[in-house]
Design a protein around this ligand. Structure first.
Ligand code: ATP
Length: 280
């Protein structure tokens, strides 16, 4: 082991005796947890709607009768509690931390639930951030979860990589927006998932178009979508296309996303349900 070892084999090229395989780096969940499927939601950069898509998928699976949870691994930009209107802290018992619950029963854990002031910035270095996410997995009692959606930190840097390697992710959903250099960003996320042997469930294109509420005319504000060809080039599926929708932004701002109406992600949810079925 070199003197500068950070114990993060994912970002080190050395083939030393202490090197761990990706499987060895997975942390065991809390002994009282039961989590059947873990789905990571990733994006190439921040602000493309990753948290919105994570939350909408959780709502859809909850509506389908599954016990659903969201682990907010986007530690420096935690927006999940706000989207679900959760402003209280979390409870603990003698065995560990208990996740907060949304109005419809979705379990949520986020660093924002641990801060005294939810507007305080989280100014932590990478290993501390990754450590916090690991603790959300190891120290929280997720008692009976069918589908856990993990709002991953954006990008393909060290923190998302460590998070990926610590949690037993069953599949990932990639969120992009048409403004991104879609092809390159998607390829990077696809390659990262492939290197880690994590199946890619598909891509969601957010802010894909705008539909006029008066006349119904669809405008591709950021140019024609290339998501179908990008998905095909990368050997993956399109799970859905979300419009720019002021109502969605309002529901997020008001903390009541659970009230959203719209079938944009239904087909994607069918696809995920089929690929990662729950056996009760
Ligand atoms: N399709 C949409 N229609 C309207 N508003 C949207 C849409 N997608 C996202 N937004 C708004 O854009 C903002 C950013 O979205 P979100 O927090 O989901 O992005 P993110 O990719 O998770 O960002 P970060 O990585 O910084 O957390 C939010 O205020 C959200 O309500």
């Amino acid at each position: 082991m070199s003197e500068s070892c950070t114990s993060n084999c994912s970002s080190c090229q050395q083939d030393c005796a202490s090197r761990k395989s990706p499987q060895d780096m997975i942390e065991p969940a809390h002994s009282m947890s039961s989590i059947k499927k873990v789905i990571g939601v990733v994006s190439g950069k921040g602000g493309v709607g990753k948290s919105l898509v994570t939350s909408m998928l959780a709502v859809l699976f909850n509506r389908r009768g599954y016990n659903t949870a969201v682990l907010d691994a986007d530690v420096t930009g935690p927006s999940i509690p706000k989207i679900f209107g959760i402003h209280t802290g979390i409870n603990t018992n003698e065995w560990g931390m208990l996740p907060a619950k949304s109005k419809t029963g979705i379990e949520v854990m986020s660093v924002n639930l641990l801060l005294e002031n939810e507007n305080a910035p989280v100014i932590w270095r990478g290993p501390v951030i990754a450590g916090a996410v690991k603790q959300f997995w190891t120290d929280v009692i997720w008692s009976d979860v069918d589908y856990m959606f993990v709002d991953m930190p954006p990008g393909t840097g060290d923190v998302p990589l460590t998070v990926f390697q610590s949690l037993p992710v069953d599949g990932i959903v990639i969120v992009t927006s048409p403004q991104e250099l879609v092809s390159m960003i998607v390829s990077k996320a696809v390659n990262m998932a492939k290197m880690m042997n994590i199946p890619i469930l598909g891509i969601v294109e957010n802010m894909s178009y705008f539909q006029c509420p008066d006349c119904g005319k669809i405008t591709s504000i950021f140019g024609e979508s290339r998501i179908d060809s990008v998905a095909a080039e990368n050997g993956t599926k399109v799970l859905g296309r979300l419009p720019i929708n002021p109502e969605l932004a309002r529901l997020c701002d008001d903390g009541v996303l659970e009230l959203f109406e719209g079938d944009w992600l239904n087909q994607g949810a069918d696809e995920i349900e089929k690929t990662l079925p729950i056996t009760k």
